[in-house]
Structures are given as structure tokens and as C-alpha cells.
Design a protein around this ligand. Structure first.
Ligand SMILES: [Zn+2]
Length: 436
């Protein structure tokens, strides 16, 4: 089964003789018979290829249960601002709910949650925010009597262009619940001047063993010099998001170092070729950044995580995601919060910076609390050097890894999270990831 699905992507594999500037998926389709006349189904069944077959987002569209869309607002209790049903912006074919803030009180609505065990349920939803260029911090607080907690799914991210983006909500914090037996979600935004639509709210089961994933961005020299020895001491592997155009430069990893780290169980994913704000580039430049970096990883023997991407500065748009879908089946931004294992938004996966050690330890405690619906935590880091405030210093990284070791948390590389996801979601789909 695995081999046969992998073959489908093998068919769309890159021919080495073609230059990157000539390659777009539409051209590839058009030229298919010229450039790839023979069936290649039997060759390289498990090798990742430059182009993926199918959009990974579609494969995970129907994760969990749809709990709400904009069809009926009968049970939406408006606390401030106003809401209306909208068909102006629909996500897939689902109507949306438009939330409008008032100048003083923002907007807040309360929606009852029935029929879910909130110790084992997380949430995801699609959002369209028609106010680009601003940082945006909506809240999704869940009153969860089963846990005796309010679960705070707060996120913060920048919208580069309007468009539907799907998000899996990660728990950012918890607080004790006052005496109530009602389960509901309060959806709110404290600012004004926002044009905000949401749809396809899904309840997502969370019931696997807790697992932690460590990532380093920017392929910096300190990742080898400082982080790698600390992590080895605790036998914790990591995924490095690599700026492929900088390898060998001063301050960056060398190819030899990358090979040594890979031999020790680390893996290397894409952080684009030159680390620009991807969402602000022209579409041709975006494609070149995304394609060339993956090609470099494949050409240099780093296949395992070559289909995974982190957007530099968390900058991406829906058009960036459309381009990414040609090459990547897992892409991460810079939202904050733990995530649950059943990701429904593989090209906008959230993660949490590990720079604040106290906060990291709190999130690890949340991960390990079996009354809280979280089974996955991703901690990401950048430079690990002395006097690096507000980023983590070597002692802080060591303290965090020692805590992970002490608590017996299972740590894996991120490609295993990705592989689990697609393997469990759809053995029948044509999409395939690096299937090893
Ligand atoms: Zn970066």
C-alpha cells in the first residue's frame, strides 16, 4: 500500500535535466508526454520527489467532526459587537459567520459545545481576515467542566493578504474554571477595525500519547556548536529548517556538519533558499524560493524532511500555500500554542517558540496532563548563544532538555509527525509524503 501510493508521486518526479525556472505544475502537465514518456511507477518507490501529487490540504479537509459553520446562528450568543451569516466569503462550500467589532468592546460570541469529551477534544477552523498587514490575536476560550479548566486557545499571527486559512487551535494556557457545568467556546477579538469571517469549525479528537518535537530554524552555526551537543547528551533529535542558500557561509552550518547531525538522527527541512518574507515576494520569486530549497535538500542527501517547510518570519499568504502545496506536505508558521496530533491544516501548522524556559516547562506540563486535550507540542528555537535575550541561551536550552528527559517525554523528529498524519488519515488518497 505504501509503496503503491508513493509511486504516484514518483510519476511526477523531477527530471534532473530541467532547469528550475522552466518548471511549473501546469507546464509539467502539459509537457508530461514529452519529458516523461515512460511509466516510472516501478522506479524509486520511496524517494521523495520535487513535485508532490495532489494538494495535501484536501486530504485532511474532513478531519474530525464539523461542529459549526455559518448555516445557522441560532445558538451563537453575542456578548459584544455583532455577527451575521455571510455567503460573501465561503470556505469550501460552507457559509461563514462574519464578526464585526464595536469601537469600545471588540467582538465576542459564545457557542455551546455539546456531545464532546473536552478532555479529549481540540478544535480547528477556517478564518478569513480582510484586514491585512496587522498582527491579529483572536481568542478561542473553551469552558471545559470535565477538565475543571478554561482552555485558552489564543493565537497571534500576521495576516499578509486576505484569504481563507485553516488553523488547528493549540492550547496556549489553562486557568481554573469557576463553578459552572456548561461547556461552550467564547470566540473573541479585543481590537476594533477588523473584518473577520470564520467557518468550518471542527472538533478534533486528541487521544494519542504525548509527544514532543524540537525544531531549530535558520541552520545556524550555534545549532551545531551549542545545541547539538546538549541535545545529544539527552538523546533528543531535532529538525532543522535550513536556509539552503546560506549553507557553508559564515555563521551557518556546513554540509559536513549537516551530514554529521543527520547521522545522529537529526533531519533537515526547508526554510527557503534565502530567508525573505515569503508572503511579500512576487509569486515567481516565492516559487523559486520554495522550489530551489527543496531541490537543494534532495540533491544533497536530505530527503527525509525535504517535503517540509517553515515560512521565514511566518510570512505567507493563501497564494504562498497554493505554491507550497506543489512541493510540501507540511509547512509551519509562527503561531503560538501546542497542537494536537490530528492536524487539519498541514500547510499552516502552528508551533511554539521555546525561548522562554519557564513557559516551555509549563507547556510540557500541559502536554503531559491527561485531562488536557493536547498530545503534541512543538518547541522551536533559533540562535542558541550567550547573552541572547530574549532568545534562549545555552543554559536555558540545557534546562529545558533536562526537564524533558526527567519527565520521560517521548521526542521525535517532525517528519514522523507528518508521516503519522497522512498514514492515519487516508490510505486511499493519491497524495503521498516521504514514505519512509
Ligand atoms: Zn528564520
Amino acid at each position: 500500500m505504501a509503496a503503491s501510493t508513493a509511486c504516484l508521486s514518483g510519476c511526477l518526479g523531477d527530471a534532473p535535466s530541467q532547469s528550475s525556472s522552466q518548471k511549473t505544475p501546469s507546464q509539467e502537465t502539459k509537457n508530461e508526454t514529452d519529458t516523461d514518456p515512460e511509466p516510472t511507477v516501478e522506479t524509486e518507490p520511496e524517494s521523495p520527489t520535487l513535485f508532490l501529487d495532489g494538494d495535501p490540504r484536501e486530504e485532511l479537509w474532513d478531519v474530525g467532526d464539523q461542529w459549526r459553520d455559518g448555516t445557522s446562528l441560532d445558538e451563537w450568543d453575542v456578548l459584544s459587537g455583532s455577527i451575521e451569516r455571510s455567503t460573501k466569503h465561503q470556505y469550501r462550500d460552507f457559509p461563514s459567520v462574519r464578526l464585526t467589532a464595536t469601537d469600545d468592546d471588540g467582538v465576542a460570541v459564545r457557542v455551546p459545545i455539546d456531545g464532546y469529551d473536552l478532555t479529549q477534544t481540540s478544535f480547528s477552523l477556517a478564518m478569513y481576515i480582510d484586514t491585512p498587514g496587522t498582527h491579529y490575536s483572536p481568542s478561542f476560550d473553551v469552558n471545559a467542566p470535565e477538565c475543571g479548566q478554561t482552555l485558552e486557545f489564543r493565537t497571534r499571527y500576521k495576516i499578509d493578504e486576505p484569504g481563507w486559512i485553516r488553523y488547528d487551535l493549540g492550547i496556549n494556557d489553562i486557568s481554573n474554571l469557576d463553578s459552572t457545568t456548561e461547556s461552550y467556546m467564547t470566540i473573541s477579538w479585543g481590537g476594533n477595525d477588523i473584518d473577520w469571517y470564520i467557518s468550518d469549525l471542527r472538533a478534533v479528537p486528541v487521544n494519542q500519547d504525548p509527544c514532543l518535537f524540537i525544531q531549530f530554524d535558520d541552520s545556524l552555526r550555534s545549532t551545531y556548536d551549542t545545541a547539538f551537543p546538549i541535545m545529544r547528551q539527552y538523546d533528543i533529535p531535532a529538525t532543522v529548517y535550513t536556509v539552503t542558500g546560506r549553507i557553508g557561509n559564515t555563521g551557518s552550518l556546513t554540509l559536513d556538519q549537516m551530514n554529521e547531525m543527520q547521522d545522529a538522527g537529526w533531519e533537515f527541512a526547508s526554510h527557503t533558499q534565502s530567508h525573505q518574507r515569503t508572503g511579500e515576494l512576487s509569486l515567481d520569486e516565492q516559487r523559486a524560493e520554495l522550489e530551489n530549497s527543496k531541490r537543494w535538500l534532495l540533491d544533497h542527501g536530505f530527503e527525509q524532511a525535504a517535503s517540509m517547510l517553515a515560512y521565514p518570519f511566518g510570512s505567507f499568504t493563501t497564494e504562498t500555500m497554493d505554491i507550497a502545496a506543489d512541493y510540501y506536505d507540511f509547512a509551519t508558521s509562527e503561531q503560538r500554542g501546542a497542537i494536537n496530533r490530528r492536524i487539519s491544516s498541514p500547510l499552516s501548522v502552528n508551533r511554539h517558540p521555546g525561548d522562554n524556559v519557564k513557559r516551555s516547562l509549563e507547556l510540557i506540563d500541559i502536554l503531559l496532563d491527561d485531562q488536557i486535550p493536547t498530545d503534541t507540542l512543538v518547541l522551536c528555537y533559533h540562535d542558541v548563544i550567550e547573552d541572547n535575550d530574549p532568545s534562549v541561551d545555552p543554559d536555558g536550552l540545557r534546562e529545558t532538555m533536562a526537564y524533558i528527559d526527567d519527565q520521560g517525554v517521548t521526542c521525535r523528529v517532525t517528519s514522523e509527525l507528518r508521516d503519522d498524519l497522512f498514514r492515519s488519515e487516508s490510505s486511499s488518497s493519491s497524495h503521498t509524503a516521504t514514505d519512509n
